[in-house]
Design a protein around this ligand. Structure first.
Ligand code: SF4
Length: 456
């Protein structure tokens, strides 16, 4: 039974795509391994969102090359976003790479791996050079990510509902790596979630690069009897919400412009929808937002946060912010800082702007010096850490409902779970609690985690 090692870089979409590939390979008799040295096939599912993510994958692939000395038949492959954007360039620059598969062809990986491995084993030569590169577009590829390899007791799962993005933010490589927006049907998504629930899943996260604009090209907006419009995304949330046995429903990542009244109202109305919205701000300066091609202003963003907080009092808001976008002056950054303090996010990812090839921002004048980006990054992290700590401390002495996900990764002697507001809670308890939903009495808040004991 050949064994396969898969390493995933980047976002939850990539995690989901890797799981699909793992599932397909397992169905063909491959054994999944956590040890590179034990593998017959090594696949790196790559991320292109920052240059550092690409360099990490390239560096890793370079280091792995030596494994072929003992295993001449070893198949090396790149999958995902960097594979899509660099294509055959990757086999040319890393002479040992056999396989490059782009983001619309994950469902072909098992075929290609079979073909390469067989050729290498049968040929019985060390330097067999049969490279396969497939970065073509494929109609309907959004419908191919739908199988799951769940672990024992796994109560949470990601469900890919769409692929691609048409927004063309000037800093972002996603439209080039993931293609145009394409959505699956509501029926097929509901079927997939039903199957997951039947296998013990209690919480699903709907995934898309621009998730709340789901279906806008394929399906019509409907109007209810009271004349209120409902977007395809709200119709999807309602349909998934109906599934018996599903306890929590999350979605990520949305775009602020996709929060029309129907979605804000649905978040307030549908109790299974989690009390958490990840709402990328990117900048607090209207001048920079315009240069980023983000079609909202800081004022509109603040108004949206207040509408969400009115719709759901306990809602947590997290965000992404880029510092050091080309042309960002001290006063632009100061506006971001003020807005960040004002909103008091529950958490945020702060990124130093990273020029991506073939994006408009990479060609802009006034690129910001690295030391300035670094200083702004550090400064903003202080603001975020302080607000995350405050939002956590407010929960000390209270009971919070969690879904227990299993052993804590940082401290395997303890269990961890998440609140509906996506706060991590660490506590002591026995393994049988995994998959359960119950209250924890919070006794301590430490940065981004809460600590407590199961409530009696
Ligand atoms: S909306 Fe998101 S994924 Fe789409 S181009 Fe902008 S940043 Fe990239």
């Amino acid at each position: 039974m050949p064994s396969v090692y898969i390493k995933t870089y980047g976002c939850q979409m990539n995690e989901r795509d890797s799981d699909q590939v793992a599932q397909m390979l397992a169905a063909r008799g491959y054994r999944l391994t956590r040890e590179e040295t034990d593998a017959d096939v090594i696949l790196l599912n790559t991320c292109s969102v920052r240059d550092m993510a690409e360099q990490k994958a390239i560096g890793k692939m370079g280091m792995l090359r030596k494994l072929r000395a003992n295993r001449p038949h070893l198949v090396f492959g790149y999958l995902g976003c960097m594979a899509q954007s660099r294509g055959a360039e990757l086999t040319a620059s890393s002479g040992h790479v056999d396989l490059v598969v782009g983001t619309q062809k994950f469902h072909r990986v098992a075929d290609y791996v079979d073909e390469l491995l067989r050729a290498k084993l049968e040929a019985r030569i060390d330097d067999e050079r049969l490279a396969i590169v497939d970065t073509d577009e494929e109609e309907g590829s959004q419908n191919t990510i739908r199988e799951h390899s769940l672990e024992d007791g796994q109560a949470t799962a990601f469900v890919s509902i769409m692929q691609g993005c048409n927004m063309h933010c000037t800093f972002c490589i996603v439209p080039a790596t993931r293609g145009a927006e394409r959505s699956r049907s509501i029926e097929s998504i509901v079927r997939e979630v039903r199957e997951l629930v039947a296998r013990g899943v209690k919480e699903v996260t709907l995934l898309g690069q621009i998730v709340n604009l789901y279906g806008r090209h394929e399906f019509p907006t409907t109007t209810d009897q009271a004349g209120r419009k409902k977007s395809p995304f709200v119709l999807l949330l309602e349909a998934v919400h109906e599934i018996e046995g599903l306890r929590r429903l999350r979605f990520t990542s949305p775009h602020p412009i996709g929060f029309r009244d129907d979605l804000v109202e649905a978040i307030g109305r549908l109790p299974k929808v989690a009390a958490h919205v990840h709402l990328p701000l990117q900048s607090g300066s209207n001048r920079i937002l315009k240069a980023m091609h983000r079609a909202y202003t800081a004022e509109k963003y603040v108004e949206l946060v207040s509408r969400l907080r009115q719709a759901r009092r306990d809602i947590a808001i997290t965000t992404d912010i880029i510092v050091g976008f080309p042309g960002e002056s001290d006063s632009d950054y100061a506006e971001t800082r003020v807005l960040t303090e004002q909103i008091e996010f529950d958490n945020a990812f702060v990124f130093r702007y990273s020029p991506r090839r073939d994006t408009p921002a990479a060609e802009m004048k006034d690129q910001v010096e690295e030391d300035v980006k670094q200083a702004r990054n550090q400064d903003l992290l202080h603001v975020i850490n302080a607000s995350a700590r405050r939002t956590g401390e407010r929960l000390i002495g209270k009971n919070v409902e969690i879904l227990c996900e299993g052993r804590s990764k940082t401290n395997p002697n303890r269990l961890m779970g998440r609140t509906s507001s996506n706060k991590i809670v660490v506590f002591e308890g026995a393994d049988h609690l995994t998959g359960g939903i119950f209250d924890i009495h919070v006794t301590q808040a430490n940065g981004f985690s809460l600590y407590g004991t199961p409530a009696r």
